[in-house]
Design a protein around this ligand. Structure first.
Ligand code: NQM
Length: 355
């Protein structure tokens, strides 16, 4: 029987195209097992519908941010991302989340961890899952977080204040190297793949090599049992090759099938994260796919439209629009850093109750 607390102060926020619970670390049990039992309980997991909790029955709405003041030089707050699995009793810190990240700056200001300027406030965030730093620029007229604004991102209806996010040192975040096998291309089950990690471990391969066009809807792909079996076979073999070990119970690597862009972007994607098809694409997942597009031997390269110049704008198309990634490259086309636009929204602030 767990000693999980009955309740904790909590802010529910949309971060980019994800949604979840934001906590101050001090408000959660310090013991990991107790913390995880509490988080499973508030989300209503394990249950595909999460009917007895706040989760939305989807990995994208069953997410948690744990935030605390940072003691690192130049860093404002430390952020730990936790994925609460929907239909399994698993809480995993084994991946980062660039969407939930989009709410962390605003949350830190709201909770008094960062003092806002009049205008814009940059919040430097240490991402504990992968040991890297992101900078988020939050709109703070009169020193107060403004959620209303004119920025739109695909996958979210309407507009909101922009949150500009910059990543600097994401290569090899979880796998130890941008290309954990040392190669731009490998072969698994007869399928040419690029195993890459520029912030998120992703296996990138062509949709046509999996017997699909890459234009299918999320629902259509999730119903394709044969495809899902093939994806899982490749994923389980990719895990150890990517220095991730046995990934049977992990939410990485993500599986991205690419095809030629349909809407004038750089490339089109369909991503499994890893067992459900993403409604769009993850932030750091998109950064990793954009980076794969730059590698001449990657199966993505021949399909991708890559602009000239050292600052490259790549629209990564997904089932419901695109996620635009800005890559800064050096003269040899190596990616030095990346930036994306997100929005966030405070939905609820109060107390959440466990069992
Ligand atoms: O790749 C979903 C999301 C994510 C992760 C996932 C993410 C990222 O859309 O940075 O944001 O791939 O599990 O939130």
């Amino acid at each position: 029987m767990s000693n999980a607390p009955l309740s904790a102060p909590c802010m529910w926020m949309r971060g980019g195209t994800s949604k979840g619970a934001y906590f101050l670390k001090q408000d959660l049990p310090q013991d990991t097992a107790e913390r995880d039992a509490f988080l499973l309980s508030i989300m209503g997991s394990p249950d595909p519908r999460q009917i007895d909790g706040m989760g939305g029955g989807d990995p994208l709405t069953s997410k948690v941010a744990v935030v605390e003041p940072s003691s690192r030089p130049g860093i404002d707050v430390d952020y730990l991302f936790l994925q609460v699995f929907v239909d399994e009793a698993i809480v995993s810190d084994g991946q980062n989340c660039g969407n939930i990240l989009a709410g962390v700056g605003a949350f830190a200001i709201e909770r008094g961890l960062v003092v806002a300027n009049d205008g814009e406030t940059t919040v430097n965030i240490f991402m504990e899952n992968t040991g890297q730093v992101a900078s988020c620029v939050i709109q703070t007229p009169n020193g107060v977080v403004s959620y209303r604004g004119g920025a739109a991102i695909d996958g979210v209806v309407g507009t909101a204040s922009p949150v500009a996010v910059t990543f600097k040192d994401t290569a090899g975040s979880s796998c130890g190297a941008l290309l954990p096998t040392g190669r731009e291309f490998d072969n698994i089950d007869g399928v040419p793949v690029t195993m890459i990690d520029n912030g998120m471990p992703v296996v990138v391969f062509r949709a046509e090599d999996m017997g699909i066009t890459g234009t299918e809807s999320r629902a259509e792909l999730e119903e394709n049992a044969e495809l899902r079996k093939k994806l899982e076979s490749i994923r389980l073999q990719a895990g150890p090759l990517m220095n991730l070990g046995d990934v049977t119970e992990r939410s990485v690597p993500k599986m991205t099938m690419v095809s030629a862009a349909q809407q004038g972007g750089a490339i089109s994607t369909r991503t499994f994260i890893p067992h459900r098809c993403h409604a769009s694409i993850g932030v750091l997942g998109a950064v990793s796919v954009a980076t794969a597009c730059m590698l001449p031997e990657s199966p993505a390269y021949g399909l991708a439209n890559i602009p000239e110049g050292e600052l490259k704008t790549l629209a990564i198309e997904h089932p419901i629009g695109n996620l635009t990634v800005l890559l800064t490259t050096d003269q040899n086309n190596n990616v030095e850093n990346s930036a994306i636009l997100r929005t966030t929204r405070k939905l609820y602030d109060g107390v959440v109750f466990g069992h």
